[in-house]
Design a protein around this ligand. Structure first.
Ligand code: AHR
Length: 667
């Protein structure tokens, strides 16, 4: 079978090649690495996290209770109320009532809470939460429960004899759908003012879809808010932390940076829907959740502090994105308005918020926002270097005016921050052209290009950056994907990534998108990692990102590829090659993408000046190019690593339809 990769690869000159299928003992290819390298970006491959497809609440954020703040509303989804994901529970003849109130909120940013009035005890009256498609729990696991509560005076229902009980007993259980108890704890709600109460539940039996049940067993009423349940074992055991398996899968990519909290999410569907980072920091019960542009509620429990902390934990440079003072030009189906600009009189406050973000990340602990970072548990700065300004915005005067106001103010105060501009949603077209024109006029350091295209496009565009002007803005390929999760898509991306390495002097960063998608709540395909309550599914695209992420370099060495034997008929054998070195380890890393349905033998020669040690590793991702991983068959396409005998000259066989990476030591 002749693949599309084969079909297009011969278009790209010296790095590509036609060779003889019939060559047997002799190698098909000679690959000669040149000694003269060029420095490339040390930050080339990273990740882009967007709260899309339930990537945050119900995803990376480890909170197991859905709508624990009682802030879901019909304005977000027509069938949603403050009680979505909750239902009343009465046990053994208990009676009572539930109501939602906003009379005395925990915080004005979080106005609603539930009032549980227990009238006759029985086995307890209260409410149950079904989590995000059920609450997954594991036998022997510890789960950290917490709630804000206070006792209420409700007419005749003080408690036993018309006297306010000193405390109101609240039994907290994890139960199966059928009501079997998996674990239990008790908290005593006391006092007329809001306080936080906490308990640990140890679970006896695993259940992929349990419920959290709260039963009031004291006559009278309590108000409850911010009802929360976390697995004790979050990623790096951070409080208010991240789901460990998902976070680990992301960490395993070894991304050099992380862009967050989104693309379109950030500029919102209307001016009132712009994402304001300040709403996402401080105690969770004080954060102002809001409608997510992607059509669900975002609690902002996963907020900027948690994003910065995660970046630090996985060794990725943080790249927050803020709106450029305008909202999305599209998003009409989400009730959007089209592009609008913040009123000019609102811009100074908005600009101050952007400056405060830099202070929050980097400021000393005696600065206003540095102190808030320290209060959250991180006195040391987060070393913010990059700031995304805008996302795919229509290049209008309204946009340009506000972009420039923000840009100038940030640059005046923080010349050390690299601001990344935006050049539209596509690899060409009017926003691309106008965006680049604006970038050149403003002498922006970097712009963000996006493209979601067919795999053929990636293969046809391997030379895209070869001719980019090296004196213009650097490029961040902030979002790209080849519209599929089959191995063939992943190999097209891999081939393209070798071209990004070759152009790593002009392409400073690149990130696949979207990163995460919850099964049953996936709004955008393809994605890199799919997950449900208990499992994660790593795609072939994920493995390509992981292999490139783990094998990044900072110097690129051009390769000369030539046919080792005279051509005898089939001239379509082609391989894309990239060679980099990593100055941190001294390792030399050779990447080969083979689009053929046949293995290719190659003789590789490295300069004598490279002190190559014999012991190397070879990582290969190969298989049926049409295959993709699924929850049923997660192992259809997975990489395998073996030891490899390297040297300054060696033979290797590159498997059919594969990405092969040979990592050689020099120290
Ligand atoms: O990655 C999904 C969306 O694609 C992003 O929000 C947006 O920037 C792009 O259009």
């Amino acid at each position: 079978m002749r693949t599309v990769l084969q079909k297009f690869i011969p278009m790209f000159g010296a790095i590509l090649l036609a060779a003889n299928l019939s060559a047997s003992a002799a190698a098909d290819l000679n690959i000669q690495i040149t000694a003269q390298g060029k420095p490339i970006s040390p930050d080339l491959f990273g990740i882009f996290f967007e709260d899309l497809n339930y990537a945050a609440d119900g995803g990376l954020y480890a909170e197991l209770v859905q709508n624990g703040l009682f802030e879901y509303q019909a304005t977000e989804r027509i069938d949603w109320t403050a009680m979505t994901a909750w239902e009343p529970v009465a046990r053994d003849g208990a009676t009572g009532s539930l109501k939602v109130s906003d009379a005395v909120p925990v915080n004005p940013n979080n106005p609603h809470y539930v009032v549980v009035e227990m009238k006759s005890p029985g086995g307890g009256f209260g409410l149950a939460n079904s989590g995000f498609d059920g609450i997954p729990v594991q036998a022997g696991g510890q789960y950290d429960f917490s709630v804000f509560g206070r006792q209420l005076f409700t007419g005749n229902h003080w408690g036993g004899n018309g006297v306010l009980a000193s405390s109101s007993r609240l039994v907290v259980r994890l139960e199966t759908r059928e009501g079997a108890v998996l674990g239990e704890a008790v908290v005593e709600i006391s006092g007329r003012d809001w306080q936080r109460f906490a308990a640990t539940i140890i679970v006896t039996n695993s259940d992929p879809a349990a419920r959290l049940v709260l039963l009031s067993q004291t006559k009278g009423a309590v108000a409850l808010d911010d009802i929360s349940l976390f697995p004790h074992a979050t990623f790096r055991n951070r409080p208010n932390g991240l789901r460990a398996d998902l976070a680990q899968a992301i960490a395993d990519i070894h991304p050099k940076f992380m862009r967050f909290p989104g693309g379109c999410l950030v500029h919102g569907h209307s001016l009132g829907n712009i994402y304001h980072w300040k709403d996402s920091v401080g105690p969770v019960e004080q954060r102002r959740g809001q409608e997510n542009l992607w059509g669900y509620h975002q609690s902002l429990g996963l907020g900027f502090f948690e994003y910065f902390q995660f970046c630090e934990d996985i060794g990725a440079k943080p790249l927050p994105v803020v709106a450029a003072g305008v909202c999305c030009q599209n998003a009409d189906d989400q009730g959007g308005t089209g592009q609008r600009g913040l009123p000019l009189e609102a811009m100074p406050a908005y600009i101050q918020d952007v400056l405060d973000l830099i202070e929050y990340a980097n400021g000393p602990t005696n600065s206003t926002w540095g102190a808030k970072r320290a209060a959250a548990g991180h006195p040391a700065p987060f070393n913010l270097q990059f700031l995304g300004l805008g996302n795919e915005d229509a290049q209008t005067d309204v946009f340009r005016e506000r972009f420039k106001m923000i840009y100038d103010a940030v640059k005046a105060k923080h010349p050390e921050i690299t601001i990344i501009g935006t050049v539209g949603p596509a690899p060409d077209g009017s926003d691309y052209d106008l965006g680049w024109k604006f970038a050149n006029e403003q002498r922006l350091e970097m712009v963000d290009e996006h493209y979601y295209e067919k795999p053929e496009w990636f293969l046809q565009n391997l030379a895209r950056y070869d001719t980019y002007n090296r004196t213009n803005s650097k490029v961040y390929v902030g979002e790209y994907a080849s519209q599929g999760n089959a191995l063939f898509n992943a190999l097209a991306e891999a081939a393209y990534m070798t071209s990004l390495e070759r152009n790593g002097d002009v392409v400073h960063m690149a990130s696949y998108a979207p990163l995460l998608a919850r099964e049953g709540h996936t709004q955008w395909r393809p994605d890199m990692i799919y997950f449900n309550a208990t499992n994660i599914l790593l795609t072939a695209n994920y493995y390509v990102q992981q292999i490139f992420g783990r094998n990044q370099g900072d110097v690129y060495f051009p390769a000369t590829v030539s046919a080792a034997a005279p051509s005898s008929g089939d001239s379509t054998k082609s391989v894309v090659v990239s060679c980099v070195s990593d100055s941190g380890t001294g390792d030399i890393i050779l990447k080969l993408v083979n689009g053929n349905t046949n293995a290719i033998s190659a003789q590789v020669t490295l300069p004598q000046s490279f002190p190559i040690k014999p012991r190397a590793t070879c990582t290969v991702l190969t298989g049926d190019a049409k295959a993709s991983n699924s929850f049923r068959n997660p192992g259809a396409v997975v990489p395998a690593a073996t030891e490899f005998a390297a040297g300054n000259s060696f033979d290797c066989s590159v498997p059919p339809e594969s990405l092969t990476v040979i990592r050689m030591k020099t120290r």
